[in-house]
Each structure stands twice: as structure tokens, then as C-alpha cells.
Design a protein around this ligand. Sequence first.
Ligand SMILES: Cc1cc2nc3c(=O)[nH]c(=O)nc-3n(C[C@H](O)[C@H](O)[C@H](O)COP(=O)(O)O)c2cc1C
Length: 225
Amino acid sequence: MSPFIPLAFERLSPADSLARAEAFYATLRRRRSVRQFSSEPLPPGLVETLIHAAGTAPSGANQQPWRFVVVTDADLKQRLRAAAEAEEREFYAHRATAEWLADLEPLGTDWRKPFLEDAPVIVVVFRVDYERVGDKVRKHYYVHESVGIAVGLFLAAAHTAGLVTLTHTPSPMGFLNSVLRRPGNERPFVVIPLGYPADDAVVPDIHRKPLNAIIQYNDDAHEPG
Ligand SMILES: Cc1cc2nc3c(=O)[nH]c(=O)nc-3n(C[C@H](O)[C@H](O)[C@H](O)COP(=O)(O)O)c2cc1C
């Protein structure tokens, strides 16, 4: 068993708690998925700090089952784009159901993925399903949940740092293992172009559900009406 240490904890007043939560929400509500990127490079050290922040996520049995692959090389980005577009052409032409295409319609997306070359950095997140320790295989638990939380922290950190991201899931994603030469215990989770928006970037005019549609109180005091 690990030794225990005192918890480092800062107690806030109720007013400060509320103010910080409101400020965080005010920042996060401006986050948008961006599909038009400038090629302007990022300040040195920024990507590493964002990945550091993502790596603070909780994880099943503290196994931290994630790998963030940082791609900046122009040739490699070009190969990622070509492979992703080949899959996405198939997806939009054949694999997607009519219902799926209708759900994507308001976003204006299609098989073209120029952001995979335009963005200065592409972060490809892999889930690490198991690790080899000596001659043993150590299975990881709750990998999907753990990596999802880490990606959420990454997106929030990037937005807070003044960058924009896209959460991109080319379908299917198996090509990422070969293009990025990742081992078989790592499976692609999401592709995140990261950078600054193009000057003429636009986003779909879509809306988030109101609070009362996503919150459910389980006590009588909050019964509606
Ligand atoms: C798991 C996941 C997969 C996504 N995959 C794609 C994708 O492949 N291509 C894309 O353009 N957007 C993708 N998105 C972005 C969503 O379309 C976007 O988050 C949603 O429309 C809400 O817009 P917002 O992020 O600007 O609030 C994905 C988002 C999530 C969470």
C-alpha cells in the first residue's frame, strides 16, 4: 500500500466558490469546435502544459491509460489528412446511415478535412488498454471513462489558454496506429487539431440544452411547478 500524505486543500468561502464556478462557466460557455484553422505556430511549451493538465485526470485504479501523440511535421499531417479523408469519403458516401447524415447536416461537415494540415498541432489521443510489465500483461480498467475525462480536461485547458480545438473522430480510426506507428495495446480515441482560428472562421449556430433539460434533482424540495 502507498503511504498517505495530508490533502493539500484550499477552503473557499461560499461566495468565492460561487464566483469561481461562475467565472469558469463563463469561460467554458465560449468554447466552440472550430474547423477552420490558421497555420500560426503555438508558443513553445504550451502543448506540453496542456497535456500535463490533461494528465491530472482521475483514472480507474490510477492507471492513467492515455497517450497523447503530438504531430507537427507537415508530411505526417499530410498523410494523416489523406488517410482520414479516404475513410471519411467512404463514411459519407456509404457507411453513414441517413439518420446520421441528417444529424450532421446542421454542422455542415463533409469528407474534407483541411484542418488536419492547417492546424499547427494535431494531438492524437490513444487509449492504452493494457501494459506489459516484464512478462506479465497488466489490464487497465474503465479506460473509456478515464480517457474521456482526460480529453475533457485537455479541451478545457486549451480553451482557457486561448486556443481552439476540434474533437475529431474519423470513422474508423485504425489507420492512426499505422500512420503514427503506435503499438497494438494503444487504440485511437480522438484526433484534436489545436491552434488559432482562421481569420474567417465560422461555427454553426447551434445551441446547448438549457439547465432544466440536463439537471434532475432527486428530492421533493426541487419538484417542478
Ligand atoms: C466524441 C465526439 C466526436 C466528434 N467527432 C467530430 C468529427 O469527427 N468531426 C467534426 O467536425 N466534429 C466532431 N465533433 C464535434 C461536435 O460536432 C461538436 O462538439 C458539437 O457539434 C457541439 O459543438 P461545439 O463543440 O462547438 O459546442 C465531435 C465531438 C465529440 C464529443
